[in-house]
Design a protein. Structure first.
Length: 197
């Protein structure tokens, strides 16, 4: 994994590059591809994603994504395949807290047609690198529904530690869903990332 500030063939600025995928900032030209991926993955994603309620009803998914892509408390990036620059998913660094806390909550999704190919696991490791190096955070949290076996497998593979259980944590598909809370600290990530070198 390495930092790369070059502009790729697919548009926006690459932030972190892995063997299969890279993370990059979204640009307006990504809208059609992004929305098509979301549409084709609708059923695959809605059972795991929080309800928006009244928020953003007049905006499409991409407008909301762009609106929250770079604020002091949120950063959204695309997961793109190295071989052709195709968008395969996204990562959100949500509720970024500075001051004495220095942490964020990580959200992520992968398009249905791209799941099971190792993209999300690598993207998660790249997201941790971005969080701990470029955003200079101390802690990253991930909240996962207990029945989301694929997501639990990813956080375990990446070295997160299970810290607890949060009943009724987020409203998903019209009901308050329980979540497991997983976290990683920067020191833990340094040990893991050096082990992979």
């Amino acid at each position: 994994m390495n930092m790369d500030s070059n502009k790729p063939r697919d548009g926006g600025m690459r932030l972190v590059v892995g063997k299969k995928v890279h993370l990059r900032r979204p640009i307006p030209a990504d809208e059609e591809e992004f929305l098509l991926l979301r549409k084709n993955s609708g059923r695959h994603l809605t059972r795991w994603e929080p309800d928006r309620g009244g928020m953003g009803r007049s905006m499409n998914d991409f407008e909301l994504f762009m609106q929250n892509s770079r604020t002091p408390s949120n950063e959204k990036v695309l997961i793109c395949r190295n071989e052709d620059g195709a968008i395969v998913g996204a990562v959100g660094f949500n509720q970024i807290v500075r001051g004495v806390a220095q942490f964020c909550s990580l959200g992520y999704w992968i398009g249905k047609e791209h799941s099971g190919q190792g993209y999300m696991t690598e993207a998660m490791m790249l997201a941790l690198e971005h969080a701990f190096v470029q955003l200079a955070l101390h802690r990253v949290e991930v909240n996962v529904q207990p029945n989301n076996k694929a997501s639990l497998k990813i956080v375990q593979k990446c070295g997160f530690r299970r810290e607890g259980y949060s009943p009724g944590f987020l409203k998903i598909a019209g009901r308050w869903a329980d979540h497991e809370r997983w976290a990683m600290l920067v020191d833990q990530w340094r040990q893991i990332s050096h082990r992979d070198d």
